[in-house]
Design a protein around this ligand. Structure first.
Ligand code: NAD
Ligand code: TYD
Length: 372
């Protein structure tokens, strides 16, 4: 088992990163080290999601008394800014990177691909290159007790027909600017491992859902639209299929790889839980209606079939037998349970939702950190 001391979490203020930090610090997953969250706080990042963590584990690294006890630090900045990334590595003596930071929404990548190439490709390259230099031994080799874990997506594999699954050996066939950028970053990670000996692991996960997800992705968007009586936009015929995994299950898999994964290996993570979008929506309508006292028939009446997303991948389905077999990971949260927890979270966190929807949060970021 690896001993991880100073973990740099990039994108730790985003959906999966926030959940990762909560899980790691609050659920006693055999971790006693420090977490350094480096995040640019784009529209998708929210420091307020970690206010409780900041309170319980936070500290000022320049404060001597804080330094000895604090286990959580926040660094605001861009992964493309090499000098800044280098300074963070040196300041905290980083030995582990878990790289979540990305532009992550396919629809946005279609409207404005440039930010995706900058962050997902150039940002990943910058992190890899800083790690390679920082972890260099005096003889030019790279220390092997460090780790760079890269978080990626099943979307790099392209689109499936009615049958078959993505395995770790499936050839890459990305079809959106988002997935093309992620595919490129995956190749860079493996290239740094093979060329320079960088100790790296990689995971490709299916669609996540759970608390703190920005309400532009299917599940939180639909929950909030239902609560606000807005139309529920279904792309195309609604029969595209995604394989859903609860965010905590994904993060436990990431942690298993970070502790026990073999460097140079990639691992698929999935929920073994395929749903047509329209059937998922039907289930979600039942849960939200029951909890919020809505009439499900009325809510169903607000479903609006809209123009399809260009290049919309038809089906994703992950074969995650490798991580189950080799690292003993398995999904723990059923879809029913995960959806219920997610709906409960969105029902009871109206302040979080209102601050990002009203634009108040971005104004707060600019006041505190300046414009990005
Ligand atoms: P998200 O969009 O919710 O969060 C991304 C975070 O990265 C935000 O906090 C944002 O501020 C930060 N960020 C963006 N650009 C940055 C930059 N240049 N420098 C520093 N920080 C920056 O994304 P997410 O859903 O939490 O996804 C996290 C990772 O998981 C991504 O790499 C994504 O590709 C991958 N992934 C996501 C899913 C999913 O269903 N959400 C599934 C598989 C893989
Ligand atoms: P999304 O949450 O954007 O994830 P991804 O595109 O990365 O899989 O979308 C999930 C599925 O839901 C995808 O097939 C597109 C579809 N979708 C809709 O039908 N309506 C919507 O408003 C959104 C956001 C997505």
């Amino acid at each position: 088992m690896r001993t991880l001391k100073n973990i740099l979490v990039t994108g730790g203020a985003g959906f999966i990163g926030v959940n990762f930090i909560h899980t790691l610090l609050e659920k006693s997953l055999e971790f006693t080290g420090r977490i350094i969250n480096l995040d640019a706080l784009t529209y998708a990042g929210n420091a307020a999601s970690l206010a409780d963590i900041e309170k319980q584990f936070g500290g000022n690294p320049t404060d001597k008394t804080g330094l000895s006890k604090a286990r959580y630090f926040f660094e605001h900045g861009d992964i493309c800014d090499r000098a800044f990334v280098e300074s963070v590595f040196a300041k905290y003596d980083i030995d582990t990177v878990v790289h979540f930071a990305a532009e992550s929404h396919v629809d946005r990548s279609i409207l404005g691909p440039e930010a995706f190439i900058k962050t997902n490709v150039m940002g990943t390259f910058t992190l890899l290159d800083v790690a390679r230099n920082y972890w260099k031994n005096t003889d030019g080799t790279i220390r092997q007790d460090a780790l760079f874990h890269h978080i990626s997506t099943d979307e790099v594999y392209g689109s499936l027909g009615d049958t078959g699954y993505f395995t770790e050996g499936t050839p890459y066939d990305p079809r959106s600017p988002y997935s093309a950028g992620k595919a490129s970053s995956d190749h860079l990670v493996m290239a740094y491992h093979h060329t320079y000996g960088l100790p790296a692991t990689l995971s490709n996960c299916s669609n996540n859902y759970g608390p703190y997800q920005f309400p532009e992705k299917l599940i939180p968007l639909m929950i909030l639209n239902m609560l606000e009586g807005k139309p529920l936009p279904v792309y195309g015929d609604g029969k595209n299929i995604r394989d859903w995994v609860y965010v905590e299950d994904h993060n436990r898999a990431v942690w298993a790889i970070m502790q026990h994964g073999v460097t140079g290996e990639k691992y698929n993570i999935g929920g073994e839980n395929e749903w047509e979008n329209i059937k998922l929506l039907d289930t979600l309508i039942n849960i939200v209606s029951k909890k919020a006292g809505l009439d499900p028939a009325k809510v169903r009446g607000t479903i609006a079939y809209v123009k399809d997303r260009p290049g919309h991948d038809r089906r994703y389905a992950i074969d995650c037998s490798k991580i189950k077999r080799e690292l003993g990971w398995k999904r723990e949260v059923s879809f029913e349970e995960g959806l219920t927890r997610t709906v409960d979270w969105y029902l009871s966190n109206t302040e979080w939702i209102n601050s990002i929807r009203s634009g108040e949060y971005q104004k707060w970021v600019e006041r505190n950190y300046g414009k990005r």
